[in-house]
Design a protein around this ligand. Structure first.
Ligand SMILES: [Zn+2]
Length: 210
């Protein structure tokens, strides 16, 4: 599937999505994808579990994933001076893997789904450890203009798009991995396939044809 469309699907979840000038949407999509992809290329061929070991990021088995805004939380990342760690919710990752197939593609195995999650989180650790936040690097958008004063804010979901692109590149995935989240939602009945198709068509219409 078109990765720019999937990236825009992710971006559309941002609270400030509608504040991004339409003509700048491709810029935010492309820059976010590029940031994730280029970081992954510096680590090409590396095993994600090895990257965790080397960076001293602990992986802990957590309890059950808590539901948050209708989506299951698959893990919780902690970053701080006392160290970085990620807590993994085994049952949530298993549920995602079971429902991650579709469009003629086989579902991910548990191990693959775990690696997708770990690679995504690793990108956020990398941003933190290198003090190199994608969200902060991209220009802020104006959220309010009153009497010549402009209030500006950052687009937080750009960091998610970059993390998806990082995971895709590092793990050599066929698609941006938020596609697995949509398949999960569709397969478990939380989202209708037609609604997803509508969303994709809507997002594709916002991007100029390449
Ligand atoms: Zn993330």
């Amino acid at each position: 599937m078109d990765e720019r469309v999937l990236a825009l699907c992710e971006l559309s979840n941002d609270m400030l999505f509608h504040k991004i000038p339409r003509e700048q949407l491709p810029f935010y999509v492309d820059e976010s994808l590029k940031a994730g992809r280029e970081t992954a290329r510096t680590l090409a061929g590396r095993d994600v579990l090895e990257l965790y070991r080397e960076s001293g990021i602990a992986i802990r088995e957590g309890g059950s994933g808590k539901r948050s805004y209708g989506l299951i939380l698959r893990g919780q990342a902690t970053m701080g001076k006392e160290g970085c760690s990620v807590e993994i919710y085994r049952d949530s990752i298993e549920a995602l893997s079971l429902h991650s197939g579709g469009d003629g593609e086989a579902a991910l195995t548990y191990d693959e789904a775990l690696r997708v999650h770990l690679a995504h989180e690793y990108f956020h650790f990398w941003e933190y450890q290198n003090d190199c936040s994608v969200v902060e690097r991209l220009p802020a958008v104006t959220t309010l203009s009153v009497l010549g004063l402009h209030r500006k804010a950052r687009i937080n979901r750009c960091g998610e798009v970059a993390a998806h692109a990082f995971a895709k590149e590092l793990l050599n995935l066929p698609d941006l991995p938020n596609l697995y989240d949509y398949r999960y939602l569709i397969d478990t009945g939380a989202m209708e396939r037609a609604a997803f198709d509508r969303l994709c068509a809507e997002m594709a219409a916002l991007l100029p044809a390449e």
